[in-house]
Write a protein that binds this ligand. Sequence first.
Ligand code: CA2
Length: 144
Amino acid sequence: MSDTVHVLNGPNLNLLGTREPHLYGSETLADVEALCQREAERFGFALIFRQTNSEGALVDLIHAARGSFGIVLNAGAYTHTSVALRDAIAAVQVPTIEVHLSNVFAREAFRHHSYLSPVAKGVICGFGPQSYALGIAALAGLAA
Ligand code: CA2
């Protein structure tokens, strides 16, 4: 439990690799999971990797991460809208790294604001699937 990292994915990320490759690349969510599995093993973490399209279910997945080592969270569009997710992150008191595949600051203005960043340990964006690997490495760095 305390050596487990939860990688949580929000809406539409199940479509990765099937549409909009110019924005999100050609790797699928299964490819991202495999990358996270390799990175987690490198640091001796157990990995729980989940995706949901539902805001409430994502709140439940954050609650389920209570007592774990950390969370790597790509909340997708809920990043820019959800007070519920922000409150869940603050409530569980688990170090949470907010990640994005794309550089949200190079995109539309509405993507520049995140409700989650103020309660996240840190934010990584713009590196494609590598953002997730960097998120896991960042959590591992907290132990050092
Ligand atoms: O860059 C990211 O990782 C985002 O979190 C992705 C979200 C977007 O709303 C955020 O602003 C930035 C969108 C995820 C949608 O994923 C798709 C993947 C393939 C095809 C269509 C959507």
